[in-house]
Ligand binder design. Sequence first.
Ligand SMILES: Cc1ncc(COP(=O)(O)O)c(C=O)c1O
Length: 373
Amino acid sequence: MKIKFCVASQTGDELRYISKAIESGQLAGDGFFTKSCTKWFENFLGAPKCLLTPSCTHALEMTAILLDIQPGDEIIMPSYTFVSTANAFVLRGAKIVFVDIRPDNMNIDETKIEAAVTHKTKAIVPVHYAGVACDMDAIMDIAKRNNLFVVEDAAQGLMSYYKGKPLGTIGHFGTISFHTTKNFTSGGEGGLLIVNDDNYSHRAEIFREKGTDRAAFFRGDVDKYTWRDIGSSMLPSEVQAAYLWAQLCNIDKLHNARMNIWNEYKSAFSHTNIQHSGGLSKIEGSHNGHIFYLIGEKNNRTYLPKFRELGIQATSHYEPLHSSQMGYKHGQTSANMTNTDYLSSHLIRLPIFASMTSQQAQYVISAAKDILT
Ligand SMILES: Cc1ncc(COP(=O)(O)O)c(C=O)c1O
């Protein structure tokens, strides 16, 4: 049996909606499908402003610009994350201050954040790894007391909650990814900027439309549009939005199918001594089954080739940013990074996708038990 790590989510409606977008003759951004997705997100997330972007990377870059991050500003984040979390701020000249992660959920250790705060700190960027919530009460409290902004990198977090609140809706901004590897995709690439602090909504809309008030013009709020501010082109095309709309219309079906596989893994590994992600997190919330991981006793390089020999595309995940070439140049660690170093080199992600069958999951489970015990 050959089992890929990930297969892009499909509902069967994608081509029909993409054809509709083409037939409409309005393929540029902010047409019918972008509007439909945006409205859906604003209702579902209860956020004052949601803006589709070409990727989560773009959404993160927008937050750094909207927060007016300047050279020398310090941004606190975990080292165990994707490069875009850091790059968005390094692009503005900021220094990244890396904080270690918690062993129960691979998320930033909120108890170590305050020691990393200096008079140069501007923002905290918690990453909800695997769609599992960070301790947002503690993080928001630190931010409030130190007058800092919070940008939630919820790239993996759609359909996950912290104490009943959707991930990405608690900080000043949240960002979500619709990359092909995520639970819900806009056809390969795509993202969402969630603006929770309405003071930034107007400027976000203008920046995304090349620095113009074209969005207001299309709404009929102004009779002509012009250059208002700095800006860039941060709109996905209608083809991407049409793909995403097909996924949003069937979101529960996709979510439940993925959760069934995640729960199948969880019940299988709960009866073993293998450390795994099922039920580990001590934070109150519910997750979206984005990743199921195992923590091996040896370095993951020992195990991964054995999965490959059996046709299973199990993978490791992020290489810590603090010990990368760019991390040395643009970052610093606030204290030791023991959990980050150990867990990143021992973590193994098992294949998971909505169209995965129980038979495939059982094959992976039995292989993993043989390999890791
Ligand atoms: C934590 C995190 N942030 C940001 C991104 C970037 O997302 P995108 O590929 O949509 O730019 C990713 C992508 O995997 C991610 O895992």
